[in-house]
Design a protein around this ligand. Structure first.
Ligand code: NAP
Length: 338
């Protein structure tokens, strides 16, 4: 009997929110393996805020064409191999696409295929704390760009999300006093009680500017921003002298990239002799391995709180982006495919 797989394809460009009807789940029969190819049974697909920016059709990042399988990171196990050095049973991660069976040439650069250490625990760790667009992004953003100093008042936005929850924990390790911004009282409690942040602001219910003044009366020394928009403006307005603002992303802007709202408070940078610097983790290729090594050591010794939000079944991928943009996830959002 022929093996069938399931995959999620892009069927409608979103206007505003990436609603489930922008995607379709379809069955397919994988083609016979060709020399040099492997087949991977994908266990988990990553849901990343940045995927929303790939659905636009032009401009920012790689774009997904209508009819394409959604480009997402995945992790799984090789089930068939005609490629030297990639044996059946090995665990791998890479840009496998949202599909239960991925047929790829591991030497092709677009897939970024890597072996992963299955002994660390769930394979999903390689999309979360050890994944390029999650833990590694947080590590590089903190260690190479934000560089918080002991005693700094350091603010993180989307702090209960995948990148933010790890970025804040690393800043805390590095001696900063960490204040997380997240939506809702449960997330605010999670930041303090579970992640060990010093304070939290629920931007959906609190007066963000007033809380920043209260929690950081001498100003914010460092800001790791995942959100942009009004949150970025509120923090810029409360910067200390010689502060560093790190732009990791701007999730509040991704649903309407034709009308990105620039920060109206940017003149505070001049007034407070401060800097704002953006980054992408892949611009630091020589820091990816050191990041993974240290993150893996924290996972092993249990000192990094690893938080996952798993949606069960490939049929749930179409709802995942909207779920994330509505703030549904705490920690790394994943879809379990197998
Ligand atoms: N620079 C890089 O190399 C790089 C690499 C990967 C990711 N990133 C960036 O990292 C950021 C986080 O990505 P992620 O995949 O880890 O997602 P995530 O933080 O796990 O999820 C996104 C979170 O953003 C918050 N959010 C959504 N809409 C918002 C709005 N309008 N205002 C404020 N908060 C909002 C939601 O939490 P609340 O409930 O708190 O609202 C949501 O849970 C994104 O900006 C992404 O582009 C950058």
């Amino acid at each position: 009997m022929a093996v069938t797989g399931k995959r999620v394809v892009f069927v409608k460009r979103p206007v505003g929110s990436a609603t489930p009807d922008c995607f379709a789940v379809e069955e397919f029969e994988p083609a016979a393996l060709e020399p040099g190819q492997i087949r991977v049974a994908v266990a988990f697909s990553s849901v990343d805020a940045g995927i929303r920016t790939m659905l636009r059709g032009e401009g920012f990042h790689r774009q997904v064409a209508l009819g394409d399988v959604i480009h997402a990171g995945g992790v799984g196990t090789i089930t068939e191999s005609m490629a030297d050095g990639w044996e059946v049973g090995a665990a791998v991660s890479g840009r496998l696409g949202v599909q239960t069976l991925a047929t790829i040439d591991p030497s092709a650069p677009g897939f970024g295929l890597e072996r992963v250490d299955a002994s660390l625990g769930s394979l999903s760790l390689h999309l979360g704390p050890l994944g390029g667009s999650t833990g590694v992004t947080a590590w590089i953003g903190i260690r190479e760009v934000a560089k918080p100093k002991p005693g700094d008042d350091f603010v993180v936005s989307a702090a209960a999300g995948a990148v933010g929850s790890i970025a804040g924990q690393i800043a805390k390790r590095d001696g900063a006093r960490v204040i997380g911004i997240a939506g809702g009282p449960d997330k605010a409690a999670y930041l303090v009680d579970t992640l060990g942040f010093d304070a939290a602001i629920d931007y959906k219910h609190d007066d963000l500017s007033a809380r920043l003044r209260e929690l950081c009366p001498d100003g914010v020394n460092g800001f790791y921003d995942n959100v942009g928009g009004p949150v970025l403006d509120a923090v810029l307005d409360q910067l200390a002298m010689r502060a560093r603002v790190t732009i990791c992303g701007a999730v509040s802007q991704y649903d309407d990239m034709d009308n990105v709202a620039g920060p109206s408070m940017y003149l505070r940078l001049a007034e407070r002799q401060s800097v704002m610097e953006g980054f992408a983790y892949f611009h630091f290729p020589d820091r990816i391995e050191p990041a993974r090594t240290e993150l893996a050591s924290w996972v092993r010794d249990g000192s990094l709180v690893v938080s996952e939000h798993v949606l069960d079944g490939i049929e749930r991928y179409p709802e995942a982006l909207q779920f994330m943009f509505d703030g549904g996830n705490t920690g790394k959002l994943l879809v379990k495919l197998d």
